[in-house]
Design a binder for this molecule. Structure first.
Ligand SMILES: [Zn+2]
Length: 219
């Protein structure tokens, strides 16, 4: 069977238009390319609501939810959809790929989809609230090669390029030790640049915890 032709990934910070680009591409490929597209998202995404992916501008599409820790759940759902449609789908789309942990098998799932002849389009957050690589996004970026597109967002303090999502809880920056994924919390996020990204408790790279001269951000 012919390998899928491409994996295209929209990567970047929050509020960078990742999901909007994904939705536009899905819409365009369906309308003008007559492609059969199945859309999936990890079940932990709470922003969009059940079985929906939604951009900040309000565009939306329906999506099948699969377990972030067991993304192989996709297969029976996809087979059912194909049986209902009476044909094989051509493109599989994923939103919020950062919520699939690196050890969930998501990377292998995408490779298997490509091996089975599906094209894959996806979007994901590059960095978590600690400014560290988030879930399966970096692995997928490598697999996408030059079809990985970095989407730019801008710092809410100064308007510079802002790669990091600043997590704010009760009006103050979240501590480094707060969990990577908060479920049902009342935290908010805003894009920040290197200068305005604040992470209490972070120890600078190369400085071991407990070392006297290790600078710790306490702001
Ligand atoms: Zn800034």
């Amino acid at each position: 069977m012919a390998r899928g032709r491409f994996l295209r990934l929209y990567i970047g910070n929050m509020a960078s238009g990742k999901t909007r680009h994904l939705l536009t591409e899905i819409d365009t490929l369906r309308k003008y390319g007559n492609k059969k597209i199945a859309v999936f998202k990890p079940r932990t995404d709470t922003r969009s609501g059940m079985n929906t992916i939604k951009s900040r501008k309000g565009d939306e599409d329906t999506a099948e939810e699969i377990s972030p820790n067991l993304p192989q759940e996709l297969w029976p759902v996809l087979r059912d959809k194909e049986a209902d449609a009476g044909c094989k789908f051509e493109i599989i789309a994923f939103d919020e790929v950062q919520f699939f942990p690196r050890d969930s098998g998501f990377f292998q799932l995408v490779k298997n989809l490509l091996d089975e002849g599906y094209d894959v389009i996806a979007s994901g957050l590059a960095f978590d609230f600690r400014g560290e690589p988030f879930g399966s996004t970096p692995d997928l970026a490598m697999l996408a090669e030059d079809r990985c597109m970095w989407m730019t967002s801008y710092c809410t303090k100064c308007g510079s390029r802002a790669p990091y999502p600043q997590r704010i809880i009760n009006g103050v920056p979240a501590h480094y030790n707060s969990p990577q994924v908060l479920v049902g919390g009342d935290e908010t996020y805003e894009p920040r640049c290197d200068e305005h990204f604040v992470l209490p408790g972070r120890i600078l790279p190369g400085r071991e915890a407990g070392v006297q001269q290790g600078r710790i951000f306490t702001e």
